[in-house]
Design a protein. Structure first.
Length: 115
């Protein structure tokens, strides 16, 4: 399986933040991932679930996009301890790799290596 995170190990956190809706920001690494993979829709998925009570109460969220088959993907959010707090099927995506992991920590969306 090809993991998109492997392409962004050079991002280790920094002061550059991009403002999003609902008081969230994203790091430079996530912005570059979304630009390169044309997947700003993934940020929309994450933000759209923030109104869900189970999701909203978790200050640390792990979001994984994973290919199910062909062009179908599944987005799964956990509390960082493998407890699922949200899931969504993406019936079609042209995401180039098989998976990616993004964290949402206290309203900052970042790559795991940027923590």
């Amino acid at each position: 399986m090809k993991n998109a995170n492997n392409n962004y190990q050079q991002f280790i956190g920094g002061d550059d933040q991009h403002r999003l809706n609902f008081g969230h920001t994203m790091t430079e690494g996530v912005y570059q991932l979304c630009t390169d993979y044309q997947c700003f829709w993934l940020i929309d998925v994450i933000l759209s679930h923030q109104h869900n009570k189970k999701v909203k109460k978790e200050p640390f969220q792990v979001w994984k996009l994973k290919r199910v088959k062909d062009d179908e993907f599944k987005v799964t959010a956990t509390d960082g301890n493998e407890k699922i707090i949200a899931e969504q099927v993406i019936e079609f995506s042209d995401f180039k790799d098989d998976e990616v992991t993004i964290w949402n920590v206290d309203r900052t969306i970042l790559l795991p290596n940027e923590y």
